[in-house]
Design a binder for this molecule. Structure first.
Ligand code: ADP
Length: 604
């Protein structure tokens, strides 16, 4: 893998975890913010709850605080103060107070004389009735006598029940006649709070809890009590105990809000467990964490996509590079091929040049060869008539010696004919070399054959060759040239005699002819050794011979074949099944015609 792509292969998730570790501290301010937010919300909520509660408390108190002065003016009660010994008056007062208690909801309403003796009470019928008791020791009595509205929180000495006392003096011309007291029950206020995690508590001026939603905290001291306070407690007995135990609250566990009630000297507090904040903060943290995680995931995906994109770009560019490289290599290959082609073309041109030169040389060589062939042919063809001339001349000499003038003349005439024939042969050879074409002519076959036989008669006789003729009486007219036909026949007969000379007698030579579709077929058969296999194939080639150089030149059959083809005929070589060679001349048959004087016969 090239180093370019190495960075793309690094595990992405490791960097994401690192990123998460870096981002994790971000959750701390989130937590702080959430805590502050929910704290503010809780404080606000508590504030409202506290307001409500305080309003409720104050409402309850104010409802009752106005009652003692009003009730103090009731004539029945004043009558009771005036005639405390009159049981009827006291009974009427009792009933009145009971009625008031029922109507106002006050726990107890009672009437005291100026010395603190209770004359009548709303609970006059109950066992723990307040009637005929003395409450002069109670601070509210003292305050009322002093001309103030007496206020006091404490347990009833008789009932043992908590309550808030309002007391007002009943006066007449500046003289205290008595005191009317209303005791209000606050138990129901505690029950109003219900079962909420927030706790409410009301502490009095000494800091002792007098009302609370948590019963364990009731009558505990929220702060250390000084000596005067402890003395006052011992004197007034507001609580079930004279030494209230300390209220043990862990400040870090609670969120506390206070409100002072000036008219009572109380402090109303609301306490919320700080654990209330935990859940929403935790939820906020989880949400923030989730959001962060989502952001990280999105970031991861984005990075992955970017990585894929980069990878694709890298792949594309690599593919492009490879393509360019391939194109480059291909171009180089093509250039190499091109230059090789150029070289080859040059070589071809050179070879062609050389070929042309070789052809020129070949033409020259073939000309020389043709020259050689022709000269060899000429000497071969002329040797036979020369030999005949020599023999006729010798005979003529002998005949003259014997005074046989006529016979000698005959021989000389024959010599003259032969020279004429030799001239014809040379002319023919020249024509053969030039491939001259002669107009077809009709030639009588049998006379031409007789002429050829006559030329070789002496040799045939010396070899004792039996001639078997199977030719029709009627003249066979063939398309040929007179001289050329005789030349062919002479050659073939000479070859037959040569072949027969190689075998012992009886030596036979068959001459026969047949008429075929083609024309006339003349067959010359001997009972010599026949053609060897090689001779059958090559006998027509110039200079092919199986004879010694003195006997043969290998031109006879070559000339015959050429002449036959120039005559429009054919020469076929074969062996007879019973031995010996068979040479067939195929000639075109023509209509009987007057034998014209052949032009070639006069050529010199
Ligand atoms: P040459 O007679 O000078 O050899 P030719 O062309 O006439 O040349 O003959 C070629 C060869 O064909 C001869 O050498 C001989 O082997 C063969 N041949 C020709 N005629 C005959 C024949 N009648 N019988 C057997 N062989 C023959």
């Amino acid at each position: 893998m090239p180093t370019v792509f190495a960075h793309l292969r690094r595990p992405r998730w490791r960097s994401l975890i690192l990123l998460a570790l870096v981002l994790a501290p971000l959750l701390w301010p989130v937590q702080q913010l959430a805590q502050r937010y929910y704290l503010a919300k809780l404080v606000e909520q508590n504030h409202q709850t506290l307001d409500l509660y305080v309003a409720n408390l104050l409402g309850s108190l104010r409802r009752y605080e106005v009652l003692p002065p009003i009730l103090g003016d009731l004539p029945a009660l004043r009558q009771a103060l005036a005639t405390p010994k009159d049981p009827q008056v006291i009974a009427a007062a009792n009933r009145l107070l009971e009625q008031v208690s029922q109507q106002t909801g006050a726990q107890v309403v009672y009437l005291m004389d100026a010395d603190g003796n209770s004359l009548a009470a709303s609970n006059w019928q109950q066992d723990d009735s307040f009637v005929n008791r003395n409450f002069a020791f109670r601070p509210y009595f003292r305050e009322a006598i002093a001309g103030q509205l007496g206020r006091f929180f404490g347990l009833g000495t008789t009932s043992g029940k908590r309550g808030y006392y309002f007391a007002a003096a009943m006066r007449d011309a500046g003289r205290n006649l008595g005191v009317l007291v209303i005791k209000v029950d606050f138990d129901h206020i505690e029950t109003l709070w219900g079962n909420t995690p927030e706790q409410l508590l009301v502490t009095d001026a000494q800091g002792v809890v007098i009302l609370t939603s948590n019963s364990q905290w009731r009558f505990t001291a929220s702060r250390p009590l000084d000596k005067v306070e402890r003395m006052a407690i011992m004197a007034n007995l507001p609580y079930p105990t004279q030494a209230p135990p300390p209220l043990r609250l862990k400040n870090e566990e609670w969120l506390r809000q206070d409100r002072q009630l000036l008219e009572t000297g109380w402090t109303v507090s609301i306490l919320s467990p700080r654990s209330l904040l935990d859940r929403p903060v935790r939820t906020a943290m989880v949400a923030a964490g989730g959001l962060l995680l989502l952001l990280l995931l999105a970031l991861g995906l984005l990075m992955q996509r970017q990585r894929h994109y980069l990878e694709r770009i890298a792949l594309d560019s690599r593919a492009r590079q490879e393509l360019e490289q391939r194109v480059l290599e291909r171009t180089e290959d093509l250039e190499r091929l091109n230059s090789r082609l150029k070289d080859e073309v040059l070589e071809r041109e050179q070879a062609q040049q050389e070929l042309l030169c070789a052809q020129d040389e070949l033409v020259q060589a073939s000309k020389l060869s043709a020259l050689g062939t022709m000269s060899a042919s000429i000497s071969h063809e002329l040797n036979q008539p020369l030999a005949a001339i020599r023999s006729y001349a010798d005979n003529a000499g002998v005949l003259l010696d014997h005074q046989r003038i006529e016979d000698a003349r005959g021989n000389l005439k024959l010599i003259s004919q032969l020279t004429q024939r030799m001239a014809s042969i040379t002319a023919h050879l020249r024509a053969f070399a030039r491939r001259d074409r002669h107009a077809p002519e009709s030639v009588a076959l049998q006379p031409a054959l007789d002429d050829a036989l006559a030329l070789l008669a002496k040799r045939r006789r010396s070899l004792e060759v039996e001639l078997i003729r199977d030719l029709p009486e009627a003249t066979l007219w063939v398309q040929a040239g007179e001289t050329r036909l005789r030349q062919v026949l002479g050659n073939l007969l000479a070859n037959a005699l040569d072949a027969l000379s190689e075998v012992a007698p009886p030596r036979r030579l068959w001459l026969s002819s047949t008429l075929s579709d083609y024309g006339v077929e003349l067959q010359l058969r001997d009972n010599g050794p026949g053609f060897s296999a090689q001779a059958l194939q090559r006998a027509r080639e110039p200079f092919f011979t199986t004879k010694t150089s003195a006997q043969g030149l290998g031109l006879g059959l070559a000339i015959c074949d050429t002449l036959m083809r120039s005559l429009g005929g054919e020469l076929v070589l074969s062996n007879h099944p019973s031995g010996g060679a068979v040479l067939t001349l195929r000639l075109r048959a023509v209509e009987q015609g007057i034998k014209p004087q052949s032009a070639e016969d006069f050529v010199v």
